[in-house]
Every structure is written in structure tokens, then in C-alpha cells.
Design a protein around this ligand. Sequence first.
Ligand SMILES: Nc1ncnc2c1ncn2[C@@H]1O[C@H](COP(=O)(O)OP(=O)(O)OP(=O)(O)O)[C@@H](O)[C@H]1O
Length: 260
Amino acid sequence: MVSYTLGSFFTVNHSGIYLHKVSIAYDRQLVIDDLSGAFEFGTMTAITGPNGAGKSTLIKTIMGELLPDSGKIDLGGISNSTLGYLPQSLTIDRSFPISVIDTVILGTWPRIGPFSGVTSEMEYEATDALSAVGLSGFGRRSICTLSAGQFQRVLFARLLLQDPKIILLDEPFNLIDNRTTQDLLSIIVRWHDEKRTIIIILHDFEQIRAHFPNTLLLARKSIAWGPTENTLSSANLLSAQSIADGWSKEPKLYSKLLEI
Ligand SMILES: Nc1ncnc2c1ncn2[C@@H]1O[C@H](COP(=O)(O)OP(=O)(O)OP(=O)(O)O)[C@@H](O)[C@H]1O
């Protein structure tokens, strides 16, 4: 449980990832505007919104890859080096000549460091993880020979070895078939049952309604953040879309940066 002081007036206790008035800009263009809210530990939250809404930017900022231009992100006492993160598959370079099993074993680095050497126990764990994601027998294959869905299964196996308490997934079902999606969804649901915190970017409202109790609807600012049924109301979705229709015409500049 973390205590957090808002201004000089009061202190709130929370156990989760806490965002307080977070704004993020690229080249003076605001892509997240004054976002406040919490991802409570143990909850499962979908982040959705139109293309360009700032969803990946938000996740990268929680990961510490980007810094907010103003506001604060508090990880509730957890170091961002221990977060489990799956970026969008299109951003991952698969040309590096590495085997499936070694890719999965890389998941142990955040737990035991990169210099410990590969033990037979790690190989057993990685083999088990590959079997859990339906890839028994794939260990010696090179990752560049895998299909998109098989590679995504490998990345889930790597997360199984990493064993993180907080898992951030950026469109994990992009470009993969329904069967793989269902298999990976059942792993995510199991992680939730194990009280891990899941934050997942998704575009499919049916999938979100079926599996994710909480949703943040983003359109460069929070349109709604709370129980999924309330967040994904027609009025909120319309509002997000109309904001998206407008932002390409009128880029909003970040006023604090303009003062420089
Ligand atoms: N490195 C960058 N430099 C400049 N602008 C960027 C950068 N990364 C993202 N942007 C811009 O910031 C805005 C938000 O991008 P982001 O990728 O966070 O959106 P998103 O909601 O994840 O979109 P999508 O659903 O298309 O993946 C977009 O207009 C994008 O072009």
C-alpha cells in the first residue's frame, strides 16, 4: 500500500499503478492530456480508443521508456524493470539468429540477471512454458522461422518464465488467428486468477466486454475509465470518435512547452 499526497490537502492510500495529471507530448504535440486514475493491483484493464489515441505512448511511459512532460506515475513500490511487457509485434525485430528456447530463457533475466549462465533448471522451465503455450518440440527452431502466431506464443512463454506481477500487453492478438487468440486469452485469464495485474491494449470491443472487467477509453485524454459496460457506452464511443475526427485537423500544442 502506498501513500500519496495530492497537493497539500490530503493523502490517498492506494495499491496499484497511480497516474496523477499525466501529460505526454512528442515534438510539442500533446498526445496524453491530464490523465489521472489508477490500475489497482490484481485487476485486469483494457485500454482502447481510436488509432493515434495515445494508448502505446501511455504503456511506454508506464514502462519508463518515455517520461511524462508533466504529472506523476507511481508504480506502487514496484520497479519498472520487473514489469512484464509485450510491445506490438510489428515493432519486434526477428532477424536476430536465436533459438526459440533461448528466447524463452531470456525471460529469466529480470529475475536472476543476464550473467548467471543457462542452467538445466532454466531449460526445464522454458520447455514447460513452451508446452503450456502449445509449442512442444519447437525449442531448437530459430525464431525467424516461426509464423506470427507461433512467435506470439513464444513471447507469452517468455512472460511465463519472467513471472511478473504486472503485465502490459500492446495489441497481443494483432495478426493472429482465432485459435491462437483463444489460447493466449486463457493464459491471460489464468494470470488474472493468480492475482497479477493485467493492462492490455485492444481494439475489439466484443473481446473486451467478454474478458476484461475494467476499461480505459482514451482519445488523447480519458473519455471514461471504470467498469467496462459503463466505459464502452455508445455515448462514450461516439465522443472518442468525434475527438479523433477533430485532432488531425487541429494538432493541440502542449502549452507548457510553448512557453519555453
Ligand atoms: N516517437 C514518436 N514521435 C512522434 N510522434 C509519435 C511517436 N510515437 C507516436 N507518435 C504519435 O503520437 C500519437 C499517439 O501514438 P500512439 O502510438 O501512442 O497511439 P495508439 O493509440 O497506440 O495508436 P494505434 O491504435 O494506431 O496503435 C500518434 O499521432 C503518433 O503518430
